[in-house]
Design a protein around this ligand. Sequence first.
Ligand code: UD1
Ligand code: UDP
Length: 375
Amino acid sequence: MKVLTVFGTRPEAIKMAPLVKKMNKDSRIESILCVTAQHREMLDQVMELFELVPDYDLNIMKPNQTISQITSNVLIGLEEILKKEKPDMILVHGDTTTTFASALAGFYQRIKVGHVEAGLRTYDKYSPYPEEMNRILTGNIADIHFAPTERNRQNLLREAIPDDKIFITGNTVIDALLEVANKPYEFENEVLKDIDFENKRVITVTCHRRENLGENMEHIFSAIKDIAEEFDDTEIIYPVHMNPKVRDIARKILGNTRRIHLIEPLQYQPFVNLMARSYLIITDSGGMQEEAPSLGKPVLVVRKETERPEAIEAGTVKLAGVSRDTIYRMTKELLTDKDAYEKMAHAANPYGDGHACERIIEILVQYEQQAAHSD
Ligand code: UD1
Ligand code: UDP
C-alpha cells in the first residue's frame, strides 16, 4: 500500500511524526512524506527532533500569509506530486488549512483520503476560525476517519458519515508525548536553566489562535500581567508563536515585565518538560488540552469554546474565556485555593494510551486489503 502523508504546521507534525516513523518501518506500507511547510521554522524543529526527512517540501510559507494563499499554494503544489506518485491513500491530520487543501487535492485526483484526528467539533463555524470549517470539509471529503474518542465518532455519525468508515484509535499526540516525556532531560535554554522550579510557581503560557488576534489577545495578556504583578512567587514562561501579529501584541503588553519571560518557540522535548515542571498552564492551543491531562497539570483555556470536552470532564481543563477579569480570577483561584488546585491537578488520559499509531496502521492495511478484494 502506498501512503502519502501530508502535513505543514507544528501540531500536525508532532501528531503525525510517530505515525510516519512507524509506517516507514512497516514492510506492508510504502510511506511517502510531503510537507507543505505552512510553518517553516516551527515545522523544522519537529522534523529534526523526530529525525524525519520529507520526500517533498512545498515550502509555501510567506510572512503574514492569508488562508487563501495557503489553500491555493497547497492545492497547486500537491497536484503534480499526486499525479506522479499516484498513492493509494493520502493521509491528513486535524484541522489546519494544509489539512483541508491536501484533502481537496487528493479528491481532485480521485485518491482516497484518510483523516487522522477526525470528528472534533465546536459547532460554531467561526470558532476556532478557520479550523472548525477545515475539519468539517475534510470530514466530508475523507473516505476513512480516525476518531480519537467515542464523542468524536458520534459527531461524525450525526453528519451521516458511515459507521464502518469510522475507527476510534485514541489521539496520536499521546504516542508523541510518551515518546519524549519519559526521557531524562536538562534544559539547555538560557532562560529555563535559570528558573528556580523548586521554589517558584511556573505558569506556562501559549496563545496564537486567529480569532483571538486583536482585542481578545490584549485582554488575555493583560490578565497574565496582572497575575505576574500580584504574585511574586510566580514565573511566567511564554514561548511566543512566530506569527508576527501575535509577537507584536505579546511584546506590547508583556515585554519588559518582571517575572514574565518571552522566549522563542521551544523544541517539543524541552516544551513537554516545561509543561511537566509547571504549576499550571494558560493556553488557547488545542494540542496542549490533550497533553496536559496526561501530565496532571491544570489548564485554563483562553477561548470561548472547546472541541475537547473530554479534558474538561476529566477535570484537568477549564474554559476561562477571553475576558481579562475572568482569566485573572480563575488563575488567582488556582494560586490561592489549594483545594481548587488539587481537584484539577491529577493525571487522566481521556485521549489515549499511546498506541493510536499502531491501530491506525492495522486499520489502513485492512482497509486496503478489502479495497483490493472488491476491485
Ligand atoms: C496555523 C493553523 C492553525 C494551527 C496553528 C498551529 C491555519 C489557517 N492555521 O496557524 O490551525 O492551530 O498553525 O500553530 O491553518 N510563522 C513563521 N514561522 C513559522 C510559523 C509561522 O514565521 O515557523 C509566521 C509566518 O509569518 C506566517 C504566520 O506565522 O505567515 C502565521 O502562520 P499560519 O500557519 O498562517 O497561521 P498560524 O496562526 O500559525
Ligand atoms: N509546542 C512546542 N513548543 C512550543 C509550544 C508548543 O513544541 O514552544 C507543542 C505543544 O506541546 C503541542 C503543540 O506544540 O503539542 C501545539 O501547537 P500549537 O499551539 O501551535 O497548535 P494547536 O495545538 O493549537 O493546534
